[in-house]
Design a protein around this ligand. Structure first.
Ligand code: GLA
Length: 344
């Protein structure tokens, strides 16, 4: 056991491949510089686990780790439970202090980043050897099984294996990945719409269930196994299943094409794929909101190569690709027309 242990982890912005990580498709997260730092120290005040976060005013005292409390501290509880059960370590007398500069609930993966930073600090504190793959899997289990939200593995992989200068091109069927450098003459910018989303309360799980039922009816393990939307018999699915299937199949193609665009330095084409992705997320997957659609249109109006919502949708942020020389003028124009917009 160490006196103090610090675990640091970062958020991500997803450039293409939205809602594909629980459908066995390709995703393209890019790690960002904002993140979460968790410090674990001996608890001198109590025998319990005391959890604090700079994002919340209340302090949480955990007496047991058996069940979640529907509270922001659940990620910490779930992580402690994971370490206790897997490594047979009694976890008590510790303070967990979480400090983050990553905005919550805007689609930049604050949940996974928080979770990974807590797990990193716990394994350091208790001097446990853990591989990077186990770290990502552990965070996935805590989020999906204990806290009960979350999609696929994109966010955990982006946090553990990502880099801020390179896109993580991840195949979520087998978690193989490669890292691809960014464009030289254009920049990805993130715009917060000012409308927060709360994933637990959103329709996220409903969308996931629709994808699962569509895949079952089409007799494939995952919708991304289908290479072309034309080969789907639309009569075999109900309208909502067909729409989510259409998004998944076309988005998977866009993501693969996006990889080629990055490699051949074709930022104009990449931008077009981003806007097509947004339109598909809005019209077929139905996870956009008016404010995100407005920002995407404004980005295109002010000369971006393209733009899309990032993360789950239902609010949150937009990512856009803009020529380096145009960035400052572009920012000014967007804020003038949409004054709630905040560049991250
Ligand atoms: C959320 C989930 C991710 C992914 C995205 C959509 O951020 O946590 O796993 O499904 O939505 O791409």
């Amino acid at each position: 056991m160490q006196n103090n242990a610090i675990g640091k982890s970062f958020g991500r912005v997803n450039l293409l491949g939205e809602h594909l990580d629980y459908n066995g498709g390709y995703v393209m997260p890019l790690q960002i510089k904002l993140g979460v730092e968790t410090k674990i120290s001996e608890n001198k005040q109590s025998n319990n686990i005391t959890i604090r976060s700079n994002d919340y005013d209340d302090i949480f005292e955990a007496y047991n780790l058996e069940s979640k409390n529907h509270h922001w501290s659940d990620f910490a509880l779930g992580s402690c439970k994971y370490i206790r059960d897997k490594y047979h370590i009694e976890i008590k007398d510790i303070s967990i202090d979480i400090s983050s500069d990553l905005p919550i609930g805007i689609g930049l993966s604050s949940s996974a980043a928080t979770n990974i930073s807590i797990l990193k600090s716990l394994v350091k504190y208790f001097q446990i050897e853990i591989s990077e793959v186990e770290l990502a899997n552990a965070a996935f289990d805590v989020e999906n099984k204990f806290v009960g939200v979350g999609g696929g593995m994109m966010d955990q992989y982006a946090s553990v294996f990502g880099e801020s200068g390179k896109v993580l091109y991840l195949n979520t069927l087998n978690n193989d990945y490669e890292k691809i450098p960014l464009f030289n003459t254009s920049t990805f910018l993130i715009i917060d719409s000012g409308i927060k989303r709360i994933l637990e309360q959103s329709d996220f799980n409903k969308k996931k269930d629709l994808c699962i039922s569509a895949a079952k009816k089409l007799k494939v393990d995952f919708l991304s196994n289908i290479s072309d939307i034309e080969i789907i018999d639309s009569n075999s699915l109900n309208k909502n299943e067909y729409k989510v299937a259409k998004h998944v199949v076309t988005e998977n193609k866009r993501t693969k094409n996006g990889k080629d665009a990055l490699i051949t330095n074709n930022d104009k084409y990449f931008g077009r794929l981003m806007t097509e992705s947004h339109n598909s997320l809005a019209k077929d997957f139905e996870v956009s909101i008016d404010e995100l659609d407005t920002i995407v249109s404004l980005c295109n109006e002010f000369g971006a190569y393209g733009a899309k919502l990032t993360g789950a949708g239902f609010g949150g942020a937009v990512v856009t690709l803009v020529e380096n020389d145009k960035v400052s003028e572009f920012k000014k124009n967007i804020i003038e027309r949409y004054n709630k917009a905040k560049f991250i």
